[in-house]
Design a protein around this ligand. Structure first.
Ligand code: NCD
Ligand code: ZN
Length: 351
C-alpha cells in the first residue's frame, strides 16, 4: 500500500472472487461496473440454462468480453455449475484447457437460478474426486434448504451437516465457502486446514438483519445468505480486517432489475459493483485497518487460487461521494448498494 497523500490510497489492483455478471440485456451494465474496478473476477455460472460445459463457458466469456468497452482491462475467470449429472471428464478437461477456473456448488433450491443445483453431495463425489486430484477449487454456496431449518440458521447447519463431512471425505480439495455471514463460518474457516478459505461481501460487513426492516421492508437489503445478527457482522468485520489470508474479497454483486426487487416476491441479490471498493475501504477505515486492505482485496485471493498478482494499481481518494439512486443502461435499471448514501471514499481509476 502507498499513501500518495493524506487523502489518497494507492493499492495493487484488486480482483473480485465472486460476481454475477448475468446475460442478455443486463450483461453490459453488470460487466462494465465490475471491470471498472477489478482486474479479474470469478464469474458465477447461475444462468438459465446453467454453465456446465466448456462450450457454454467459452461462449459466455466471449459475450462478457464483447459487452465491455474496449478500454477495459479485465479477465473473466469462468466457473462450472455442478449438477447431479455433470460429466467429470468435461470439468477436468475444462480446467486443464483454461475454460474453467473452479466449480460452483449450489444446493438445489438455495438461491437465484439454483433449481438445477445439487440435490445431494453424494451425487457429485466422482467429480469432487477429480477436482481434488487436479487441484481445481470448489466454490460453495453454504446453505441447507430443508424446510425444518430456519432461514437464519441455514449457513451454520450447512457447515455441520454438509461441509464438515465433505472436507473429511476430500481433505486435499481446495474449497471456498462463499459469502460467509456468521461467526460460525468465521470460526470454522479459521480452525480448518489451509485448503479452506472464504469470501466476504461488502454488504455483509455493513448490514445486519435489522437493516432488512429499517422503517419498513427493504427489498434492496435482501440477499442470500440473508444478513444475520449484529454480532455476526462484527465477527465478519474482524475476520476481513484480521490479515488472515483465508479471508478475501468477493462482492457477490448480483444485479436484479429494480422492478424485480420491488415486487411481492422480490429477488435476492445486492448490486454492489458500482461502489465495491469504496464500500470495503470504509469498513477497513472504521476498523482502523487501512494497512490491511490491500492484502484482503488484492493478494490473498490470487494466493489461494495460485494466480499471479496484478501489476497495475488503483487510486482511491478520501472525499464525499454520493452514490446514485439508480444505475441505468438502455432499458435496464438497477438500484446499487448504498443508493443515496454519501460514502467517504471515491474510486478514481486504474493507474
Ligand atoms: C445471487 C443471484 O442473484 O444470482 N443472489 C444473492 O442473493 N446473492 C445468487 C447467490 O449468490 O446466492
Ligand atoms: Zn453469488
Amino acid at each position: 500500500m502507498t499513501t500518495a497523500g493524506p487523502d489518497e490510497l494507492v493499492i495493487r489492483r484488486p480482483d473480485d472472487w465472486h460476481v454475477h455478471l448475468r446475460d442478455g440485456p443486463m450483461l453490459a451494465l453488470a460487466a462494465d461496473q465490475t471491470a471498472r474496478q477489478f482486474a479479474r473476477a470469478i464469474v458465477m455460472p447461475n444462468l438459465v440454462p446453467p454453465v456446465t460445459t466448456m462450450a457454454a463457458a467459452g461462449a459466455y466469456r466471449d459475450r462478457i468480453l464483447a459487452a465491455l468497452p474496449p478500454e477495459r482491462d479485465f479477465t473473466p475467470l469462468m466457473t462450472a455449475y455442478l449438477t447431479d449429472t455433470i460429466d467429470p471428464d468435461e470439468v477436468a478437461e475444462g480446467f486443464a484447457r483454461g475454460f474453467f477456473t473452479a466449480c460452483k456448488l449450489y444446493p438445489a433450491g438455495a438461491t437465484t437460478n439454483s433449481d438445477a443445483g445439487v440435490t445431494d453431495v453424494a451425487m457429485i463425489h466422482p467429480v469432487l474426486e477429480r477436482m481434488q486430484a487436479i487441484g481445481m477449487p470448489l466454490l460453495v454456496h453454504g446453505e441447507v434448504v430443508s424446510e425444518d431449518v430456519d432461514v437464519f440458521d441455514r449457513e451454520a447447519v450447512f457447515i455441520e451437516r454438509v461441509l464438515t463431512p465433505l472436507l473429511s471425505d476430500f481433505p486435499n480439495l481446495k474449497v471456498v465457502l462463499e459469502h460467509i455471514t456468521t461467526s460460525d463460518a468465521v470460526q470454522f474457516v479459521e480452525s480448518s486446514s489451509a485448503n479452506l478459505a472464504a469470501t466476504i461481501t461488502a454488504h455483509h460487513l455493513h448490514m445486519d438483519r435489522n437493516d432488512l426492516f429499517r422503517g419498513g421492508l427493504r427489498p434492496h437489503a435482501y440477499c442470500l445468505p440473508v444478513a444475520k445478527r449484529r454480532e455476526h457482522k462484527g465477527a465478519l468485520r474482524r475476520a476481513a480486517t484480521s490479515g488472515n489470508p483465508k479471508f478475501f474479497l468477493g462482492t457477490d454483486t448480483a444485479p436484479h432489475p429494480k422492478a424485480d426487487k420491488e415486487a411481492d416476491c422480490g429477488c435476492a441479490g445486492i448490486f454492489s459493483a458500482p461502489v465495491a471498493l469504496e464500500s470495503y475501504v470504509r469498513v477497513f477505515e472504521e476498523e482502523d485497518a487501512l494497512d490491511r486492505f490491500e492484502a484482503f482485496a488484492s493478494e490473498f485471493g490470487p494466493a489461494f487460487y495460485g494466480l499471479p498478482l496484478n501489476g497495475s494499481r488503483v487510486l482511491l481518494r478520501r472525499t464525499a461521494m454520493t452514490v446514485p439512486d439508480l444505475i441505468t443502461r438502455q432499458d435496464e435499471q438497477v438500484v446499487p448498494f448504498h443508493a443515496g448514501e454519501t460514502l467517504g471514499w471515491k474510486f478514481e481509476g486504474v493507474l
